[in-house]
Design a protein around this ligand. Structure first.
Ligand SMILES: Nc1ncnc2c1ncn2[C@@H]1O[C@H](COP(=O)(O)OP(=O)(O)OP(=O)(O)O)[C@@H](O)[C@H]1O
Length: 461
């Protein structure tokens, strides 16, 4: 029974991931960020889907305004749900008399009052569970340094990068670590949107003094998705003052955004320059090795929980190749495979994986075409497009051509014969030979590996 519940919970959690995407389209970005994003699916039992919400207020609002929609989409997506429950996690908050001691279950950031400004921290987002690779090593190192405490050197630490690349994970990891090292520190993590929400609420309820006091008395302030304040002048103003007050007191600030401060639109210059005044590091798009590392780490965790489930060799490699959008999608795919394995009770072979994940694989099929690849590669190596598809065999032309074939095979869904046709009517065995040659060379020729990576990024941008 417990196993059944676990499976249903995994499946529903996966369904929830998809339903969220549908809701994002349906309710609009603002509503989505305010009300849907904070929901965390917890479990499914007897048809009751339980969601954790940061506050009772959000839970009530979501239930009243979005409950029906959520239920309808969950049912449409195949979840066996009959009712939704929104509940605030049971977190031990310090009673006034124990205000100096940490909460027993530190999934919330501690604050002085019940009216704590911080958002919940995800207990899974720790440094231990963060897989480090070339694209994120600098960001990881900077996050570690800040989390170790000591004299404040980078202030603020500004982390930026595309969707689902681990910004929030790293911020939570820093908060967990700081809190574990010194539970007396007041660490506040929240999204820029929540900051605005608090600010507007304080204005409305004429509690600006409390608001200012609360934010100026924290030891570490972490603001996620700062791009949200773009175009919101009074929030920016307040953010600026809070920021300055904390920097003046030598308190650590950590900010994340979807782009570098200098590239943010509708943000005042003085704020941009403040955001740039510490250390700015970016999380690059994942590369194949990092994706594989993440999949292997997460698969190992699943295996600890479900030792009977097997995924055939090569499946994780296949996923790492084919799903390059973001880590969240990668995780969803893996979770679905394990849920699938537990349902069918058989090893998940590559074929079954392709079947089970056909929608995800289709969605992550890049739109890039063989022609674009040929053009980009030709430009990069300064050769003519006609040589790319023509008969010349000298290495300065044949090698870029093979690289273009390799990229066509890995970045598009075209078959080998189809790729061959697009390379001047070559046979599929010629393409296969080219792809293999590049796979081999990638291991020994670092220049070639770098060129490939650069081209891949440019094509996927
Ligand atoms: N290097 C990594 N190792 C392990 N898990 C990762 C890594 N990078 C991202 N993840 C996982 O991917 C998911 C998405 O990451 P996260 O929410 O931190 O992304 P984000 O950059 O904040 O995205 P957004 O722009 O949507 O806010 C999380 O479940 C996170 O644990």
């Amino acid at each position: 029974m417990a196993a059944q519940k676990r499976i249903e919970t995994i499946m529903t959690s996966e369904t929830w991931g998809r339903v969220r995407d549908v809701l994002r389209e349906e309710v609009g970005q603002n509503n989505y960020r305010n009300w849907i994003e904070p929901l965390e699916f917890a479990e499914l039992e007897d048809g009751v889907a339980t969601f954790l919400v940061p506050t009772g207020f959000i839970g009530n609002w979501v239930e009243r305004n979005f409950g029906d929609k959520i239920l309808r989409h969950m049912l449409d997506a195949g979840a066996r749900v009959s009712r939704l429950v929104f509940t605030v996690p049971n977190v031990a908050r310090p009673k006034p008399a124990e205000a100096g001691s940490p909460p027993a279950n530190a999934t919330h950031v501690r604050a002085e009052k019940d009216d704590l400004p911080g958002a919940p921290l995800d207990p899974r987002f720790t440094f231990d569970s963060f897989v480090v690779g070339k694209p994120n090593q600098l960001a990881h190192a900077a996050a570690r340094r800040v989390a170790e405490g000591g004299p404040v050197t980078f202030n603020p630490l500004f982390l930026y990068g595309g969707v689902g690349l681990g910004k929030t994970h790293l911020m939570h990891a820093i908060a967990h670590e700081i809190q574990a090292r010194d539970p007396s520190l007041r660490v506040v993590y929240l999204s820029a949107e929540q900051f605005m929400y608090r600010f507007v609420q304080a204005l409305r309820e004429k509690q600006m003094m409390d608001f200012k006091h609360m934010f100026r008395s924290v030891d570490v302030l972490m603001v996620d998705d700062v791009q949200f304040i773009a175009g919101k002048d009074s929030t920016q103003e307040e953010f600026f003052h809070t920021f300055n007050a904390l920097v003046d007191q030598n308190k650590q600030i950590i900010i994340s955004g979807d782009r570098a401060p200098g590239e943010m639109k509708d943000v005042e210059d003085r704020i941009k320059s403040r955001l740039q005044s510490g250390l700015v590091v970016d999380l690059h798009p994942t590369d194949y090795e990092l994706r594989l590392g993440i999949l292997q780490t997460k698969a190992a965790r699943y295996r600890e929980q479900y030792p009977d489930l097997h995924i055939a060799e090569g499946v994780l490699e296949f996923l790492a190749h084919r799903i390059s959008t973001n880590v969240r999608v990668l995780e969803g795919a893996l979770m679905r495979l394990f849920a699938f394995a537990s349902l069918v009770g058989q090893e998940i072979t590559l074929e079954k994986a392709q079947d089970a994940l056909s929608d995800i694989l289709r969605a992550s099929d890049r739109k890039v075409t063989v022609e674009e690849i040929q053009r980009k590669v030709a430009e990069h190596f300064n050769i003519r497009m006609s040589d790319m598809i023509g008969p010349k065999r000298q290495r300065s032309i044949a090698r870029p051509r093979q690289m273009a074939m390799y990229l066509s095979k890995t970045l598009t869904t075209r078959s080998l014969p189809d790729i061959g046709r697009r390379f001047g009517g070559r046979d599929h065995t010629t393409v296969m030979h080219g792809v293999r040659r590049i796979e081999e060379l990638k291991q020994s020729d670092t220049q070639l590996a770098e060129d490939l990576e650069m081209l891949r990024r440019a094509l996927e941008a």
